[in-house]
Design a protein around this ligand. Structure first.
Ligand SMILES: [Zn+2]
Ligand SMILES: [Zn+2]
Length: 282
């Protein structure tokens, strides 16, 4: 018997051949980084990212630079003034922020709560009040469960506080830290319970191309699709984000397209730009 991920992949290919794989994803990219992140390719200037989006004929491009600590807010103002000076290009750039949840506070507040922008993606890149002084691979199962429950509660607090539009690459960090084991049905249930409040808050779940590309070769992939599928059935909306850190990845969506085609997404499954704008953070 092939592993679940391989069976899923071959099932997906069959299904895509049968249906002709008509793309059902929106023509925007809401998650892009620039040189101001300090860790993107040199070519990822605001101008080049917007120009690339025009070249790809995307309807909308969002630049969503990291704010990982409060003092990163200055780069958002720099990007805002560059966008303002480029409006003549025809593309309609949106000013987003990829905001970290403050790891020093268990209540789920952001590292820079008073920000002004078109939309916020919340992405926790750090673990709350926690430093692993032993490798996560050496944690006991029971310790891991305590930590992942703590992480999920923190993340849920951030969702319940509201104010953001999108959950960035959901579950990427606990999976990367090896704290979350999605082969455990209890963990799938915990994840769904954590994300469910986002539905009523009108917060979208991001299908993040860079993350899904990496995830698709891991054993967690089928379970992740299961979570996406269950949340979708409950009314969750999704957003498309490449997570580009270089001009060539702007608009990249092959892994998002695979998920959307496999699960049979329709245009109703995605957040639209109008609803994003009505949620503008001031
Ligand atoms: Zn980054
Ligand atoms: Zn991120």
């Amino acid at each position: 018997m092939k592993p679940a991920s391989e069976r899923l992949i071959s099932a997906r290919h069959t299904m895509m051949e049968d249906t002709g794989a008509v793309s059902t994803i929106p023509n925007y990219d809401l998650h892009n980084h620039t040189v101001y992140s300090g860790h993107a390719d040199e070519d990822a200037t605001v101008l080049n990212v917007i120009a690339r989006a025009s070249e790809l004929r995307l309807d909308h491009i969002g630049i969503s630079e990291h704010v990982m600590q409060a003092h990163d807010v200055g780069r958002i103002e720099t990007i805002r003034s560059e966008i303002d000076s480029l409006f003549s290009m025809g593309a309609q750039p949106l000013l987003g922020v990829e905001m970290d949840i403050d790891p020093a506070c268990p209540d789920g507040r952001w590292v820079c709560p008073g920000i002004s922008c078109d939309y916020v993606i919340i992405s926790p890149h750090a673990f709350p009040q926690f430093d692993l002084d032993i490798p996560s691979s050496e944690l006991l199962e029971v310790q891991r469960k305590v930590l992942i429950r703590r992480w999920m509660q923190w993340y849920r607090n951030a969702i319940e506080r509201g104010g953001c539009a999108i959950l960035g690459h959901p579950l990427r960090e606990p999976l990367a830290m090896n704290l979350l084991d999605l082969s455990d049905p209890e963990m799938i249930e915990l994840a769904i319970d954590t994300f469910r409040p986002a539905i009523n808050q009108g917060i979208a779940f991001e299908l993040n191309n860079a993350f899904l590309t990496a995830l698709s070769s891991s054993s967690h992939y089928p379970a992740y699709l299961n979570i996406v599928s269950q949340l979708r059935a409950m009314g969750m909306r999704f957003s498309r984000g490449s997570d580009s850190h270089g001009t060539l990845r702007v608009g990249a969506c092959e892994a998002i397209e695979e998920v959307a085609n496999f699960l049979g997404f329709t245009s109703d499954d995605w957040i639209d730009i109008a609803s994003l704008i009505t949620r503008r953070v001031r």
